[in-house]
Design a protein around this ligand. Structure first.
Ligand code: ZN
Length: 265
């Protein structure tokens, strides 16, 4: 029987959880970075993957959202069509393992590309979640920044055929996500970079690390002397510089690792 040659950092199938547990045990300040792969295990589709929604339907650019009522209506139609998926999605074993590590003080920050609020729902304190692409479970006014809930926006939209304006200032309401063509949020980017630089273990879960800024964080962490661990079903662009690479489902690997760490940490 031939054995597949493993690249540096890559472990044999079944060995990932034990190695990850060792690395987590040794860590004083672990930072987690999550991408779509952790949320697909909760039934949320990966919008950017081949066959994903955005390969079938062009995403609405931020400039078009701001300049066109028709585009805003289309954006809200799409968002409400997704509500059944988002409303029933629950945090999975991967989210819960991260929340357990945060509760034990091992994981200090969770940087996420996901917009689904599942880290907060799993029990990670909101001030420890850094949302690079925002959050789709509520809306914000583009002018004054006021938060608005989706249910009343939907009721207005379905009754009037168009979304309401901000109750506070009359500005445009948009889901609190970062759209294509919209600038990355500065405060979140700074916090994420500081977390990556300052940690001693950077754990990537479910991101292919292809696009920036995601691709830059593991490099920042490595440059700061941190170990890098990656759990992703497929190979990622940063596997070559990782200290541990596990090509597997996140939930089972991470919950097994936390189980192996025991309760005496
Ligand atoms: Zn406003």
């Amino acid at each position: 029987m031939a054995f597949a040659r493993l690249r540096s950092g890559e472990v044999a199938p079944g060995q990932g959880a034990a190695r990850l547990a060792e690395m987590l045990r040794a860590a004083r300040d672990a930072v987690v970075f999550t991408g779509a792969g952790i949320s697909t295990e909760s039934g949320i589709p990966d919008f950017r993957s081949p066959g994903g929604i955005w390969t079938q339907m062009a995403p609405i650019d931020f400039r078009d959202f701001v300049s066109s009522l028709e585009m805003r209506k289309e954006a809200w139609r799409r968002r409400f069509a997704m509500e059944e998926t988002f409303a029933v999605a629950r945090a999975n074993a991967g989210h819960e393992a991260i929340a357990a590590l945060a509760a034990r003080g091992i994981v200090s920050q969770v940087i996420t590309q996901n917009i689904d609020n599942l880290h907060q729902l799993s029990g990670v304190p909101a001030d420890r979640v850094i949302e690079l692409h925002g959050n789709t479970r509520y809306a914000r006014c583009l002018d004054c920044g006021s938060r608005a809930e989706l249910a009343p926006i939907r009721r207005h939209f379905e009754a009037e055929g168009e979304p309401p304006d901000c109750a506070a200032c009359g500005g445009l309401l948009k889901t609190a996500t970062i759209s294509f063509g919209q600038a990355m949020p500065e405060a979140e980017m700074e916090r994420a970079e500081r977390a990556a630089r300052g940690c001693d273990l950077f754990l990537v879960l479910g991101s292919s690390l292809v696009v920036y800024p995601a691709a830059g964080f593991p490099l920042l962490a490595k440059r700061g002397g941190a170990k890098l661990a990656i759990v992703n079903r497929e190979a990622t662009d940063q596997d070559g510089i990782a200290d541990l690479v596990v090509h597997d489902e996140i939930g089972p690997v991470l919950s097994k690792a936390v189980g192996l760490m025991g309760s005496d940490i």
